[in-house]
Design a binder for this molecule. Structure first.
Ligand code: NMX
Ligand code: MLT
Length: 380
């Protein structure tokens, strides 16, 4: 599969147009007064292959924020959904209800870009609306979008965390880091596949979110918190490493996976995990949080246990091992919502490549399938 904006090396982790995460953190613009790279700057970079200047990043941010309002009919669809529905199911519906119209293949990249910008910008507002409907007093109390600010600030503010500088910065870093992980992961690949039928960006990304909602993919960030909270309930706030090892073995012996560990491609600790850990370590109040400390203790012992268990090809943490503990620290405790925050971010990577696909006029993706009989003949 062709995938230009990012390439994953099994030892080194992800590179965006050839730059590692620390190199991106070095060159991509931040918010005024902030220190974390802006997801808007990362999105520009993924789309163009060029690092935006401060002015370009600001202009692009304004463009996206301008597009982030939702049409009334989408608001009505979201507001009518039962509160019991998982936030990821609501997210899929929010995207699918945006569908507009298709057009000629050669001209497609222009509306593809337009729709992709809309899709990314609106994803933050759809996510905030779902949060308010599900966990707060409904969407009628949501503050209006502040067009002088970035997408992450507005998302944080609309879900009640606008005053927390640490949370807003975390959301910026979180969104920049989760954008893209080359093309083969389930969500990005799904957007690429569905888009190859010339389905529009909203439908393509809605399908991608269905894949992100699986526990082996994006839902793992929810499962990591469930795992750690379970451990905290059983072992208290400060367990010894021996007790943690016992807890991991109990989980493995019951036939479950250790969420946040393992990867289909990576064979080393995920540099996105390291970047999130560093974010926490830099902030004293986060570093002392018992849940954050458990993430660190797990990192010390889980690779050894998984190696001894002998099944997984990669015993190291992936991005999901750390992300939820930071959201939890700042007070976003509804961990069923965590995959939605992954979903706002992944829209940028999946749809940047979607635009590249339409510019290149890539054909429909249609792998030939074989029966078991035919496969046996190939290997015998
Ligand atoms: N805990 C226990 N067993 C594991 C784990 C783990 N964390 N990871 C892999 N295994 C097992 C896996 O289930 C398989 O067992 P079996 O042969 O009985 O089916 C065996 O090890 C070999 O799997 P691998 O080839 O190492 O991994 P694969 O490429 O099939 O799967 C994951 C990759 C990420 C799905 C897998 O490592 C996993 O289930 N991890 C836990 C869930 C998770 O953290 N997912 C998030 C991935 C990142 N993301 O955000 O999407
Ligand atoms: C991702 O970010 O999509 C995950 O790490 C899974 C993957 O790369 O397969």
């Amino acid at each position: 599969m062709l995938w230009d904006p990012s390439v994953l090396d099994s030892e080194e982790g992800i590179r965006f147009w050839g730059r590692s995460i620390p190199e991106c953190q070095e060159v991509l613009p931040t918010a005024p007064g902030g220190s974390e790279m802006l997801p808007e700057a990362m999105f520009w970079y993924l789309l163009t292959g060029r690092v935006p200047s401060e002015a370009e990043s600001k202009q692009f941010q304004e463009e996206l924020v301008e597009r982030s309002e939702l049409p009334t009919y989408v608001e009505k669809v979201l507001d009518s959904l039962p509160k019991t529905l998982h936030p990821m199911t609501q997210f899929v519906i929010g995207f699918a209800s945006q569908y507009t119209a298709g057009m000629k293949k050669a001209d497609y990249w222009v509306p593809a870009l337009e729709d992709s910008l809309d899709c990314v910008a609106k994803s933050f507002t759809i996510a905030a609306r779902i949060y308010n409907n599900k966990y707060r007093n409904g969407a009628s109390d949501m503050p209006a979008i502040d067009k002088s600010k970035d997408l992450s600030y507005n998302f944080a503010n609309q879900i009640g965390f606008g005053e927390s500088e640490g949370f807003v910065e975390l959301i910026r870093l979180y969104n920049a880091l989760h954008t893209d992980h080359e093309g083969g992961n389930v969500s990005a690949h799904t957007a690429h596949l569905v888009g190859s039928a010339l389905s529009d960006p909203f439908l393509s990304y809605s399908a991608a979110l269905g894949g992100l909602a699986g526990p082996l993919h994006g839902l793992a960030n929810q499962e990591v918190l469930r795992f750690i909270i379970g451990m905290q309930k059983e072992l208290g706030d400060h367990a010894s490493e021996d007790k943690i090892v016992e807890f991991i073995w109990k989980t493995l012996n019951s036939g479950q996976v250790i969420p946040g560990y393992g990867h289909a491609v990576l064979r080393k600790p995920d540099p996105r995990f390291m970047a999130l850990q560093q974010f926490g370590v830099k902030r004293k109040e986060v570093a002392q949080d018992p849940i954050f400390k458990y993430v660190d203790q797990l990192y010390k012992v889980a690779p050894g246990v998984l190696t001894e268990h002998g099944k997984t090809k990669n015993p190291f943490p992936n991005v999901d091992a750390a992300s939820g503990s930071l959201l939890y620290h700042y007070g976003l405790k509804h961990f069923e919502f965590y995959t939605v925050t992954f979903g706002t971010s992944r829209s940028m990577g999946a749809l940047a490549q979607y635009v590249h696909d339409r510019i290149l006029g890539l054909p429909i993706e249609r792998p030939k399938s074989l029966s078991m009989e035919a496969l046996k003949k190939l290997v015998v």
